[in-house]
Design a protein around this ligand. Structure first.
Ligand SMILES: O=P(O)(O)OC[C@H]1O[C@](O)(COP(=O)(O)O)[C@@H](O)[C@@H]1O
Ligand SMILES: [Mg+2]
Ligand SMILES: [Mg+2]
Length: 315
């Protein structure tokens, strides 16, 4: 079995960048320890504050953010942290070369019901400024806290999957994962149908029509409500995830955040042979206007993403 540290030493990245990924892995191992004990320790519910996005923070969001911050502060290679849970970027005392953007706990609505949640991360050069496009990412990935704790990481040469063992080490369980180009599974919050644009309505209607629709095949639908869990399913067996711009999220630019949700997931997808767009453009090409910018996200099996793109091209 290849351990994370060994794999990192074989990648075309310097040891400092490798150490940043190792710090995120260590933070993930600590977060899952905390999550496993949270119901016993009564760490449930809201803290009573809202984050910069106006969303209510759960206790576990705040604790997870503190854990990530602690691990990154201890790493001299990291000088900047951008987090969903912090209004402003944190500039550390270290003058390290790297910046990390993170969603410390993704899928908060699933926390109190014991459904998979995760930590998402993106690593960039600190001297590139806070608002670099996704193409500038040097590494990205996520840790999914499900039946197994899974670290998915890319440094720009494919995607590797590691599983946390009983001794606290991440062991490689998949190398060079490829997302199937074709799929018959889609993920979208259909309760929002009344807000959808014509492209989303058209694409989903074709899928619902199954064999008699334009795609000519029967589709299945899955929506976990944790981006990490939905993306991980797509990484392992194909499919498409849509959180499109709709009439309710339009004024905010979308639902999901560019720096620490869309960009890292888009890099993972592209590195696994899949695609990630807003509908009209490639996510990784967007130049952010702010650290908490939101964007529409459509990602997954390339044939499905191209179908959605064709719908957007129509109007
Ligand atoms: O509430 P909805 O519409 O199902 O949205 C679910 C989406 O929101 C998110 O939970 C947002 O992430 P956070 O939990 O980090 O705020 C995604 O993980 C998920 O895909
Ligand atoms: Mg999230
Ligand atoms: Mg979150």
């Amino acid at each position: 079995m290849t351990e994370l540290a060994q794999w990192l030493s074989q990648q075309p990245v310097d040891s400092e960048l490798g150490s940043v990924i190792a710090s995120m892995a260590a933070a993930g191992a600590e977060i899952v320890d905390m999550l496993e004990q949270a119901p016993i320790e009564g760490l449930v519910g809201l803290v009573g504050s809202v984050n910069v996005q106006g969303e209510e923070q759960k206790q576990l969001d705040v604790i997870s953010n503190d854990i990530v911050l602690k691990h990154l502060r201890q790493n001299p290679a990291v000088s900047i942290l951008v987090s969903e849970e912090l209004d402003e970027a944190v500039h550390m005392e270290n003058q390290g070369a790297y910046m990390v953007a993170t969603d410390p706990l993704d899928g908060s609505s699933n926390l109190d019901v014991n459904v998979t949640v995760g930590t998402i991360f993106s690593v960039l050069r600190a001297n590139g400024g806070l608002t670099q496009p996704g193409t500038a990412q040097l590494a990205a990935g996520y840790i999914a806290y499900g039946p197994a704790t899974t670290l998915v990481v890319t440094v720009g040469s494919g995607v590797a999957v590691f599983t946390l063992d009983k001794n606290g080490a991440f062991q490689m369980t998949h190398e060079n994962v490829r997302v199937p180009e074709a799929s018959a599974e889609y993920a979208i919050n259909t309760a929002r149908e009344r807000f959808w644009d014509a492209a989303t309505k058209g694409y989903v209607a074709e899928n619902v029509a199954g064999e008699s629709g334009a795609a000519g095949k029967r589709y299945n639908m899955r929506w976990i409500g944790s981006m990490v869990a939905d993306v991980h399913r797509i990484l392992m067996r194909g499919g498409i995830f849509l959180y499109p711009l709709d009439s309710e999220t339009a004024s905010k630019g979308g639902r999901l955040r560019l720096l620490y949700e869309a960009n890292p997931m888009a890099m993972v997808m592209e590195q696994a042979g899949a695609a990630a767009i807003t509908g009209r453009e490639r996510i990784l090409d967007i130049v952010p206007s702010g650290i908490h910018q939101r964007v529409p996200v459509i990602l997954g099996s390339s044939e499905e993403v191209r179908r959605v793109e064709a719908w957007y091209a129509k109007g």
